[in-house]
Design a protein around this ligand. Structure first.
Ligand code: ATP
Ligand code: MG
Length: 584
């Protein structure tokens, strides 16, 4: 990153995808702009007439008429300018919101390996910040560039009918300015892209530190965080300054060129006036038109800057959209009805190439059975559940759910039938209902209340000020860790899964709540196959099979009762001593 990808061109088809839905509005925008441009050209003509009429001692009535006309044109032009600005914003929001939507959808589907490397703050900048830099391009760029050219052509065209030498000076100035800007237009793209990247990292830093505010405060780490923040700010400033300098070169150059052109035109104009070739009104007109040249050229200069920003944003967005998820969706839809069996064959898995996390995993769980997994911290228990849900691809081997290799399965079909409660539960800003259904509006209140009743949570919901409508704050900070876990359980059981994985479902509950929940979970699990990962043996009293994982390998696998009877088994020793050292 930091450098431009090989493909520097933004393909037209890509742009058209976002511009097509707004093409009607764009056309209206363009027409209004042409009208406004025409009116701008007319105004100086009216003033010219006014001056010449006044200078030649014309009648007052026609002077008043000209003044009235000038006023009408000015007001009308202003109204159109307001409408153009409104419509421009409208077009820009419509087009860029579609792109924002595409980016977010794409990000949400990218694999965990990608997300592990990115902070949410950085992703926010990419989904929103980068797109904001494109928005001007979508709305005003095309319109203003065309409008500026039309205005320039109008001014120059008219000048050629008035005075050839002056028209030539103006045309040369215009041509040189535009050629210069076109020539250097890509100069600022790479620095602008670097600037956006630095800004994304900064957002990442802020987001991460604020998300971990409790740890940061509790450890007295605010000064260190600020130190990192200032350094990052400095990087953003330096990159921003560089990008800005590259962007303002065209603008500054045209300002100098313009000063030269105005001086030349005025000298020539005064000369022709003095020798009587042009009237005072025409001298004024020439002056006005020369001044007016500045606007479209400056506008083009601005647009070149905007274009550089937009192009860097587009390149970054395109880069993101071209990231492919390593998880390729399969074709198979059909899984057998009822509880689903599970099979791991020679499964190997690692997050990073050099460190295997799961090694030669082989086991089978029959439909309706319950498997308890135990193992030391870091032995690979959670990783096993992640590969089972295809959050990561395995390095080798096969995982079958309901007899089908999951890599050939359609992902929604897999997720519809398999549910997981993870070790650290996420709650979202929204009502209790939203958090239980994960924003699925098809789930009825009745089924929510039924499930919560079974899990013994109903009392807790009834005690809330507005029941299911009670608002949970962002991050679910208004719940205790144990309560959050209870909710996550409800959430999974509401989907009526056929295979469910509970990663330490009761680690944060007190003994009384745990045993109450245990009964409920047993009840709910009657309909499905269950995998329960646990450190506490009490949680595993009802399971059929036990797997002991150690350092990514299966140390032991078998029927729970058998293992309990075999005095030398890890499980039996753990039962006796209660010490997890027995598992190593
Ligand atoms: P615990 O009992 O603490 O929950 P666990 O058995 O669930 O432990 P895992 O989370 O599966 O352990 O982790 C297994 C190994 O994989 C650990 O060594 C861990 O450092 C590593 N690991 C886990 N997640 C990642 C990740 N996202 N990227 C790289 N390595 C990871
Ligand atoms: Mg774990």
């Amino acid at each position: 990153m930091g450098t431009l990808p090989k493909e520097k061109k933004i393909s037209m088809t890509w742009l058209l995808r976002y511009l097509k839905p707004v093409k009607g509005r764009l056309t209206i925008l363009l027409i209004m702009l042409l009208v406004s441009t025409g009116l701008q050209l007319v105004s100086p003509q009216i003033i010219k007439r006014f001056i010449d009429t006044a200078a030649s001692g014309g009648v007052l009535a026609s002077l008043i008429q000209l003044a009235g006309l000038f006023l009408i044109v000015a007001v009308f032009n202003q109204l159109i300018t307001v409408a153009v600005s409104y419509l421009g914003n409208d077009v820009s929001w419509r087009a860029t919101n579609r792109l924002r939507g595409d980016l977010l959808k794409h990000c949400l589907r990218l694999d965990m390996r990608f997300h592990n490397l990115k902070t949410p703050g950085e992703m926010i900048e990419r989904v929103d910040g980068d797109v904001t830099s494109i928005s001007n391009f979508f709305s005003m760029f095309i319109v203003q560039v065309i409008g500026s050219f039309v205005l320039l052509a109008g001014i120059l065209g008219f000048m050629f009918t008035v005075n050839l030498p002056i028209a030539i000076v103006m045309a040369v100035f215009t041509l040189v300015s535009i050629l210069f800007m076109v020539f250097i237009r890509d100069l600022g793209v790479a620095p602008s892209k670097d600037e956006r990247e630095a800004s994304a990292s900064l957002f990442g830093l802020i987001e991460e530190r604020i998300a971990g505010i409790e740890d940061v405060q509790a450890n007295g780490n605010v000064p260190y965080v600020m130190n990192r923040f200032y350094r990052m700010m400095r990087a953003v400033f330096l990159k921003g300054r560089k990008a800005w300098m590259f962007r303002v070169i065209p603008w500054n150059t045209t300002v100098i060129l313009f000063a030269l052109a105005v001086t030349a035109v005025l000298l020539l104009g005064v000369h022709y006036y003095l020798i009587g070739q042009i009237s005072l009104g025409t001298l004024f007109l020439i002056y006005q038109y020369t001044q007016m040249l500045n606007d479209p050229i400056e506008m083009l200069g601005d647009q070149v800057q905007e274009f550089q920003k937009a192009k860097s944003g587009m390149l970054r967005s395109r880069e993101l959209l071209s990231e492919r998820s390593e998880i390729v969706n399969g074709e198979q839809n059909g899984l057998p009805d009822g509880a689903l069996g599970l099979e791991f064959r020679d499964v190997n898995f690692s997050y990073n190439e050099n460190k295997p996390v799961l090694r030669n995993i082989n086991f089978t769980v029959h439909p309706g059975e319950r498997l308890g997994i135990i193992g030391r911290t870091g032995s690979g228990k959670s990783s096993l559940s992640r590969v089972l849900l295809r959050l990561y691809n395995i390095d080798s081997g096969v995982i079958r759910v309901g007899g089908t290799d999951i890599s050939t399965l359609n992902l929604p079909a897999l997720y519809r039938r398999v549910g997981m409660v993870t070790q650290d539960v996420q709650l979202f800003d929204g009502s209790l209902r939203d958090n239980l259904t994960l924003f699925d509006t098809t789930v009825t209140d009745e089924s929510i209340l039924n499930t919560t009743e079974q899990l013994g949570l109903r009392r807790w919901i009834d005690a809330q000020p507005s029941g299911l409508d009670t608002h949970l704050t962002a991050g679910g900070n208004s719940l205790s860790a144990g309560e959050a876990q209870l909710f996550a359980l409800t959430r999974v059981f509401l989907t009526e899964p056929s295979l469910v994985i509970l990663d330490e479902p009761s680690s944060r509950l007190d003994a009384a709540t745990e045993s109450m929940l245990q009964i409920a979970v047993d009840q709910l699990m009657k309909e499905c196959t269950g995998i329960i990962i646990a450190h506490r043996l009490a949680t595993l009293e009802k399971v059929d099979k036990i797997m002991v994982l150690g350092d990514g390998e299966i140390l032991e696998f078998g029927a729970r009762e058998e293992l309990a009877k075999r005095p030398n088994s890890h499980y039996a020793r753990l039962l006796v001593t209660g010490r997890e050292e027995e598992l190593a």
